[in-house]
Each structure stands twice: as C-alpha cells, then as structure tokens.
Design a protein around this ligand. Structure first.
Ligand SMILES: [Zn+2]
Length: 174
C-alpha cells in the first residue's frame, strides 16, 4: 500500500542545497509543529518547481481576481534547511494543486520508483501551504539554484573548484 503523508497545513516549507559546489544535494523540507519531513530533490526539480509555482499563482490570480496578492517575504536565515536532515526518500515527481475553499496550495511530492520496486508502493507527501509560503519557496529556490558553480565564459559549462577542462580550449585546464 502506498503511504500518504499530509502536512496540513505546514508551518513552513523550504528548499536548500548542502555540500560543495558541483556536488550539492538539494532538499525540500516542510514541517508541521514538531514533525519535519525532508526529501531529496534534483536541482532541476527545484528550478522547475520555482517556475511552476509562479505560473500557478499567476493562473490563480486570473481565475480568482479577489485573491490578495501573495507576498514573497522571506529571510535567508529562516529559509535555510533545519536539522534533522534525514531524508525520507528521493522525489520522482512534484505536482501542484489548489484547495479554493481554504485558499491552500498543495505541493505533492511523489517518491521516485526504484528499480524492482512496485510503483504502487511509493510514498506521497502533500505539503499544504499558503500562497505566500509557496511564493517565498519559489523565490528562495531560484536563488539557491543560481548560487551554484560559476560557469565558464568560454563554453558555458560549470566550473568545478578543482578546475575545468574546457572543450572550447581543446581540453586545457583553466
Ligand atoms: Zn569552458
């Protein structure tokens, strides 16, 4: 049986990256009172979630013109991942939904299917958030993604701290 976990509502939701540049691991973390759920995500998932949230909020604003504009106020200190960083699973898919009656956005994170595992047994976590919480998540997430490795001005590939073999310079290290 698939396990379903609802944090409704979350007190806070955030994303963050830990580790050396080039080897960062990205997390999605939400908590409800003393319960913390931490999931591993890919950088690209954080990126598309950030874009997806902004689009989703814009659509809601069109559909429900009376909604107050969601604020994006956040402080970096508050958005940093909090211990325990004890990931429950690696996320396969992230989706968004809206409960209009309660004005809550749901961020649905579904466990990625590991080879040999029954897809029906994957865990689903639903983080129920205010529109402002997800907008802060989106803005902060975009910032975390952008803080990665510097890119090479020659080829546009990321530069590792250890150096970079540039295809545009015939593999010379620079
Ligand atoms: Zn290069």
């Amino acid at each position: 049986m698939p396990e379903e976990i609802d944090l409704r509502p979350v007190n806070h939701i955030t994303t963050d990256a830990l580790g050396q540049p080039g080897k960062r691991v990205f997390y999605l973390q939400g908590w409800q009172k003393e319960r913390t759920i931490t999931l591993i995500v890919e950088k690209i998932q954080v990126q598309s979630l950030a874009v997806g949230i902004e689009q989703f909020l814009a659509e809601l604003q069109n559909k429900f013109p009376d909604l107050m504009e969601a604020s994006a106020d956040f402080t970096e200190e508050r958005m940093r991942i909090h211990p325990p960083v004890d990931p429950l699973f690696r996320v396969g898919e992230i989706g968004l939904g809206y409960d209009a009656d309660n004005d809550l956005i749901v961020v649905v994170a579904r466990e990625g299917v590991i080879e040999g595992e029954n897809p029906a047994d994957t865990t689903v976590v639903r983080f129920w958030c205010t529109r402002s919480q997800v907008r802060s998540l989106a803005r902060w997430g975009a910032e975390v993604v952008a803080r990665g490795r510097p890119t090479c001005p020659q080829c546009g590939e990321p530069i590792d701290p250890a150096g970079h073999f540039c295809p545009k310079k015939n593999g010379h290290k620079h």
